[in-house]
Design a protein around this ligand. Structure first.
Ligand SMILES: Cc1cc2nc3c(=O)[nH]c(=O)nc-3n(C[C@H](O)[C@H](O)[C@H](O)COP(=O)(O)OP(=O)(O)OC[C@H]3O[C@@H](n4cnc5c(N)ncnc54)[C@H](O)[C@@H]3O)c2cc1C
Length: 305
């Protein structure tokens, strides 16, 4: 993507945060960054940020219609996320490995148990037995770690606003060091059950809580990876809010090109590429198919993450 953009005369600037989109006579025309750089958008400004950031922080309140500000009050984030990375000295010792080595593995004892875990999250409870989405990165790409080892991660969802812990009550939801380590132990115990000896293969472990994820990517508000809930109430014509329902914004020449816009999250680059959005390096990028096999280690096939 970067090569394609540069080949067409584009420039990529990294490490500089956009903190203002300036509007002149109803049209977005300048983007300013925290370092003081100023970029003029001749044809369009594509904002790859979550909807609240665009309308509540990057735009001057005077440039946002009252109805948009009001409806944004009902905008719902998706749940937070905790992600664990493991460096393993050997492949995962699955007790019942899938027929084909799987790059992506979903961990739940049954569909019912998966539903219980997700219901607990929606009820503000930290799940007792979290549903895990795991990546066996070396299985998917042998270049990820030395031969014979495995680079593995797993993530699971946690409430944005935790009111209790459905497990042993040890995790407060503050997501400091202790919370993260205790919850990572809970996630790891799920794997240990399905792959006895998993823990003995660990060389190193890193835990990222909701705040760590947001610190690394400002779009992951509270660890939400979807740019807003994917419940029907905030999908299709309701995304990000009723009345917008597509990448166009009330500001001419300004487009919401993040997962907060229809069709929502995932690594597809589709948000923003509506028929009405002008061709651009961002919107022009092809959808990236996820070709990693998607299986659950128990029970039936599970949806891709
Ligand atoms: C741990 C994890 C696992 C996931 N697994 C999957 C998966 O298996 N399959 C799948 O399809 N999707 C997955 N997703 C979701 C997918 O990554 C997101 O839906 C997708 O990246 C959203 O794209 P986006 O363009 O909206 O935002 P992002 O990809 O977050 O891109 C936004 C970029 O803009 C930058 N940014 C934000 N604010 C500013 C600012 N003010 N100024 C300058 N730059 C800014 C951010 O740092 C970031 O680089 C996963 C996400 C996470 C976190």
């Amino acid at each position: 993507m970067a090569r394609r953009l540069r080949s067409r005369g584009g420039t990529i600037v990294t490490g500089d945060r956009v903190d203002r989109i300036e509007v002149d006579e109803g049209r977005a025309h300048v983007v300013r960054t925290t370092s003081g750089q100023r970029f003029e958008g001749r044809r369009a400004v594509l904002a790859d940020v979550v909807a609240p950031t665009l309308y509540e922080r990057l735009l001057d309140p005077a440039d946002v219609p009252d109805r948009v500000r009001d409806r944004l009050k009902a905008f719902q984030l998706d749940p937070g996320t905790v992600k664990v990375d493991w460096a393993l000295r050997a492949p995962v010792p699955w007790q019942t490995p899938p027929p084909e080595p799987a790059g992506t593995v979903h961990v739940a004892d049954s569909r019912e148990q998966m539903s219980v875990a997700l219901q607990q999250v929606h009820a503000g409870q930290l799940p007792a037995e979290p549903f895990l989405l795991c990546g066996q990165m070396t299985v998917a790409d042998p270049g990820r770690s030395p031969a014979g080892t495995e680079s593995m991660w797993a993530y699971t969802h946690v409430p944005q606003h935790q009111t209790g812990d459905a497990g042993d009550g040890s995790v407060t939801g503050e997501w400091g060091y202790d919370d993260k380590e205790r919850f990572a132990d809970r996630m790891q115990a799920r794997l240990e059950k399905l792959a006895p000896g998993f823990g003995d293969r660990i060389v190193a472990r890193r835990v990222l809580g909701p705040r760590d994820l947001e610190a690394r990517d400002a779009n992951l508000l509270g660890g939400a990876i979807n740019g807003g809930t994917s419940q029907l109430s905030q999908q299709l014509i309701f995304r990000p809010i009723p009345g917008l329902g597509r990448a166009e914004t009330p500001v001419r020449g300004l487009y919401l090109s993040s997962a907060s816009a229809h069709p929502g999250a995932a690594c597809t680059a589709r948000p923003g590429s509506t028929p009405h959005a002008p061709p651009s390096p961002t919107t022009g990028c092809a959808a990236v198919p996820c070709d990693a096999p998607c299986v659950s280690t128990r029970g039936g096939a599970a949806p891709p993450g």
